[in-house]
Design a protein around this ligand. Sequence first.
Ligand SMILES: C[S@@+](CC[C@H](N)C(=O)[O-])C[C@H]1O[C@@H](n2cnc3c(N)ncnc32)[C@H](O)[C@@H]1O
Length: 324
Amino acid sequence: VHEPWAVAWDRALYGPGGFYRRSGAPGRHFRTAPVAAGDLLGAALAGLAREAGCGAVVDVGAGGGELLAGVRAADPGLRLTGVDVAPRPAGLDQAIAWGAEPVARAGPVLLVGWELLDAQPCEVLEADADGALHQVLVDPTGQERPGPAATAGQLRWADRWWPGPWSPGDRVEVGTRRDDLWRHLVDRVVGTEGLALAVDYDHCLGDRPAQGSLAGFRSGRRTSPVPDGDHDVTAHVALDAVASHLPGSVRVEQAGALRRLGVTAPRPDPALAGTEPAAYLAALQRASRAGELLDRGALGGFGWLLTPRGATAAGAVARLLAPS
Ligand SMILES: C[S@@+](CC[C@H](N)C(=O)[O-])C[C@H]1O[C@@H](n2cnc3c(N)ncnc32)[C@H](O)[C@@H]1O
């Protein structure tokens, strides 16, 4: 049975038995920056939280909890909460709270959504021979067929954020659900004081992928998108559309932001290999993981969308943006 992409995608990831209902799915199926280097990111974000005047970090879409574990190791004084539709990861430090919904805040919070938004379903539209957009329907094996004309709401979003003219076969991934989720979380979790950080593969107006970016992942491999519950389904995020609902937001590239937050990748002195081989190896591994985070062709190309609320957080963001 064929359904609109957003319906099939939602059920495959979040329905009963869905891909993300199972514990540890992100770490098992793909390599995110928190999975690759939670310790380095955790230290950087702990520093950012403190600079922004936040005594708490709430990670929504916390997955396996790797990022929060890294924050905890770097700064045990911060109050930490993971929020995910998946169960609490086994072995997560008991000092880290976990739940399916963010709880009421007490004081300024750093809200993090790391690869949260790319996992929110989009409506997928495709241009027909006349360049008119229609909905794309899909079955659980990933077979597609053309559906009804795009709705007025879908066309409004497309005209503003992914405008035509569209050539036959061009696609639009309508990001309304991402925009709404992040705006809701920032208002609820950060409120009037604190900082929000959404991190994702992104694209901006004028630079959208004409054929879209819908993809699947399974067991470490990129696949075609199959909404069967055994594959992740993901599409890059129109972060400029998300930002438009949150005045004062700025986008920076991960590599630059992490450098400003003290992540560096110096290779250890080769002389250490002879005297302390274990320490040399550990330093080499650390340098290679940091290098991955900073490499614009690898994980360093992610977009960071920062939304400060209040003067202290605004100051922290301004320092992050200042030329070094
Ligand atoms: C691509 S994974 C990223 C996991 C982790 N942040 C990382 O980078 O390794 C997306 C995560 O977001 C979670 N998620 C998606 N929508 C959510 C929502 N509305 N509330 C809480 N968690 C959500 C999924 O269950 C999944 O663990």
